[in-house]
Design a protein around this ligand. Structure first.
Ligand code: GLU
Length: 457
């Protein structure tokens, strides 16, 4: 059977680094297993879902290099969920309930005082036809619960019913279906909660592996029961740990701070973001993988730790730098052109500056320095100004190449008697306006003799 996974975001906001941990886990799992990746928008909540968010999510995944084999919207698939509802009703596994939230809360407290587990007592199952008709005549509308298979014969005497699954991350898992309430699948207004559409789709789309955050572990027992009630074998499950902010708070689609959009606009490389999203909170070293194939080589669901992991933006800077320092000119030519960096000298320029950049876009400043001159007048002492003037008089004739720097500075050393920092720092400041940066031997031929003479103080 072809491995088929899905990433199922609700399009209610921009996705963040935690969401893409899930997306990438699925993508890399598919990549390693020659599988298929379905992007499924869980947009049954019409109020909160927005098409613009769905499009933004698709664009963010594309930026990361995730190319779904299939894209689906739950809002277009109600016929499938309605059919699942009918099937469950016919089997007597979906029953109407009329309690209000207050009634349920009152009952829950009562059960606690009687030392009973605070789960739904299935009172609605006892309603007769005429009692139901009476409630509906009062204007009450039913919500619908799934009857969990945790009893033999008498639903009012649930007994321990273990459901097991071998979690791809957490290992063997067991839940007792008697410890939970029959889940509500359909609300009073006829709208669906997430559970049933998700299972119906997973069956319909032939999902073989459900890889998602560990906030869904508690849903899995009931979902396995629903898979079986709908006549399907449940897929494999894997629940990875969640990411938090550095101070330990959960990430939220609403906060926006660590959204993929923000990181992209800040100029991070997609593979830096992807590497960190996948590798933090695992026993693998956090390294900057240059592409998805390389990242797949470091990816192992079973190496994921159980506790949540902190996302530290400083780590992203480290990974980004490592990637940028290795990026070939071909890989960035388009982005450099968009920054105005093009022409015959663009490649040599890139190779000269990349090792000093935190982000590709920072190349723009160095291009300006090389093309137009220093951006901030260097703060040179009187004595250094005299030294620099004298040094500039010794600039050799063109053509210039990487060796020119040594020829020039040897001559300057000889003439001035200066060496080390007192020799090089005033020259660096005169050439770039900055106390640190790319190798001057590389910059000198890019600036050229004319450019240098224009910088003579
Ligand atoms: N829409 C659900 C979520 O974003 C999907 C959960 C699942 O993968 O089953 O949490």
């Amino acid at each position: 059977m072809t491995v088929t996974v899905r990433f199922a975001p609700s399009p209610t906001g921009y996705i963040h680094i935690g969401n893409i941990r899930t997306a990438l886990s699925n993508w890399l799992f598919a990549l390693k297993n020659d599988g298929r990746f379905v992007l499924r928008f869980d947009d049954t909540d019409i109020e909160r879902s927005r098409q613009e968010y769905a499009e933004a999510i698709a664009a963010d995944l594309d930026w990361l290099g995730i190319r779904p084999d299939r894209v689906e919207y739950q809002s277009k698939r109600f016929a499938i969920y309605d059919a699942a509802v009918e099937r469950l009703k016919t089997a007597g596994l979906l029953y109407p309930c009329y309690e209000t939230a207050e009634e349920l809360e009152r009952r829950r407290k009562l059960r606690l005082t009687r030392r009973l587990p605070p789960v739904y007592g299935r009172e609605a199952l006892k309603l007769t036809e005429s009692e139901r008709a009476k409630l509906e005549a009062e204007g009450r509308k039913p919500h619908w619960r799934f009857l969990l298979p945790n009893f033999e014969g008498d639903p009012f005497s649930p007994r321990r019913t273990e459901v097991h699954w071998g979690d791809l991350v957490r290992g063997p898992q067991t839940v007792d279906l008697a410890s939970m309430s029959d889940p509500v699948l359909v609300r009073e207004d006829g709208s669906y909660l997430y559970t049933l559409p998700s299972v119906a789709d997973d069956i319909d789309m032939g999902i073989t592996h459900i890889i998602r955050g560990d906030d869904h572990v508690t849903n899995t027992g009931a979902q396995i029961a629903i898979f079986r009630a709908l006549g399907a074998e449940p897929p494999r499950f894997g629940h990875h740990n969640l990411l938090t902010t550095i101070s330990g708070e959960g990430l939220s689609k609403r906060s926006g701070a660590l959204s993929i959009r923000t990181l992209r606009d800040a100029g991070y490389e997609p593979m830096a973001v992807a590497s960190l999203a996948v590798l933090i909170g695992t026993s693998e070293n956090v390294v900057a993988a240059p592409d998805m194939q390389a990242l797949a080589g470091h990816f192992d669901l079973a190496a994921t730790s159980r506790s949540s992991a902190k996302f530290d933006p400083a780590e992203l800077d480290t990974l980004n730098r490592a990637l940028v320092h290795e990026l070939s000119f071909g890989a960035v030519a388009g982005r450099l052109a968009a920054l105005g960096i093009e022409g015959d000298r663009a490649e040599a320029f890139w190779l000269a500056v990349r090792g000093n950049l935190d982000r590709v876009k920072d190349a723009a400043l160095w291009w300006k320095i090389v093309q137009e001159g220093v951006q901030n007048a260097p703060d040179l002492s009187q004595e250094d100004v005299a030294f620099v003037r004298e040094a500039f008089d010794l600039l050799p004739p063109e053509p210039w190449d990487r060796g020119t720097w040594k020829i020039w500075t040897d001559a300057v050393k000889e003439a001035s008697g200066r060496k080390g920092k007192t020799l090089f720092m005033p020259l660096r400041l005169a050439l770039t306006g900055l106390p640190s940066g790319p190798e001057l031997a590389d910059l000198l031929p890019l600036v050229g003799r004319e450019g240098m003479l224009a910088r003579r103080p």
